[in-house]
Every structure is written in structure tokens, then in C-alpha cells.
Design a protein around this ligand. Structure first.
Ligand SMILES: [Cu+2]
Length: 174
């Protein structure tokens, strides 16, 4: 009796997981369709003219190990811890496999939206093997992006076991 219930539960959990995987794929595809940065509105806090966030040593197409150290660059604004309300400052957020849905709302706090509320300017993150999208977004004391939003391009990276380009498989059986 108990075994049957547990088994049903497992099947449900598996289905839920498949649904989530589908949602993740849809999210990743949505990244390509997001509007240009200039079209976006932000929250109540103004950003400084010419402000920009960027990845310091990785770029679109980079190949990373599973626990890369990611460094956050910031131009024309300063870093302040979350909750510290001072003009022209903010803290970094790393979006993994997730587009910024609402630039005028608080950035969610979950596996896909990492907050660096202590004012960190680099972080070692753990990424599953495979292809991922990464984006940096600066946000104000309340975790809401500035207006206009200060965010990096969305870059696509490949995570491999050793952080090197995978070898091309050869067909030896012919
Ligand atoms: Cu935050």
C-alpha cells in the first residue's frame, strides 16, 4: 500500500520535473526574443549616465568549468550592500538561464537569480554541465533594477568537466 503510494508520488515528481525542464527550455528560448536594452523601463531609482555592468573575463561562447569564479565589472556607478540606499549605487545579480522578466520589479531570489547583497564583485558559482545563459543586472537597495536598467548582454557559455573545449567525437567503427 505504502509502496504503491510512494511509486505514484515518484511518477508525479518525475512528470513535474519534465514540465520544469520544458519551462526551462522555453525560458532559454525566450532569452533570444527579449527586447533591446533601450526599450526597458526600470524601478524607481535612477541609474547614472553611462553606467554599465559587464563580465570581466568571460564572454559569449566562453567554456567554463563547473565551479567558475565570475567577476563583475561596473562602470560609472558604485557597489553598495543591499538595503544601503545611496545615490548611484547598487548590488550585483547574476541571472542564470533566466531573462529579466520585469525590470520594474524586485529581482526574484532563487537558483536562477543570485543576489550579491554584501556588495561582492566576484563569486564562485556552481553550474551544471551543458549550455547556459548568464546575465548581470545591477539593482538598488530593494533589489529592483534602476531606470534605465543597468544590465549586461546575455551571454551563452558551455560548462564542461575540465573547463576545456570538448573533443570532437570520431566515428571509428567504419
Ligand atoms: Cu538583490
Amino acid at each position: 500500500m505504502g509502496g504503491a503510494t510512494a511509486s505514484t508520488h515518484r511518477v508525479r515528481a518525475y512528470r513535474t520535473w519534465i514540465c520544469r525542464l520544458g519551462a526551462l527550455v522555453a525560458l532559454t528560448q525566450a532569452v533570444a526574443a527579449q527586447p533591446a536594452q533601450g526599450d526597458r523601463k526600470g524601478g524607481p531609482t535612477p541609474s547614472a549616465p553611462g553606467a554599465a555592468v559587464y563580465f570581466i573575463d568571460i564572454k559569449d561562447g566562453s567554456i567554463l568549468p563547473r565551479k567558475p569564479m565570475i567577476r563583475f565589472g561596473l562602470r560609472n556607478m558604485g557597489v553598495a550592500p543591499a538595503g544601503f540606499d545611496k545615490a548611484n549605487t547598487g548590488h550585483h545579480h547574476l541571472l542564470i538561464d533566466a531573462p529579466l522578466r520585469s525590470p520594474d520589479e524586485r529581482i526574484p531570489n532563487d537558483f536562477n537569480h543570485l543576489h550579491f547583497g554584501l556588495g561582492q564583485t566576484e563569486a564562485q558559482v556552481t553550474l551544471p554541465l551543458g549550455t547556459h545563459t548568464l546575465q548581470l543586472v545591477l539593482a538598488d537597495a530593494d533589489h529592483v533594477p534602476h531606470v534605465p536598467p543597468v544590465m549586461s548582454e546575455t551571454i551563452k557559455v558551455l560548462v564542461t568537466r575540465n573547463g576545456r573545449r570538448p573533443r570532437v567525437a570520431r566515428h571509428r567503427d567504419r
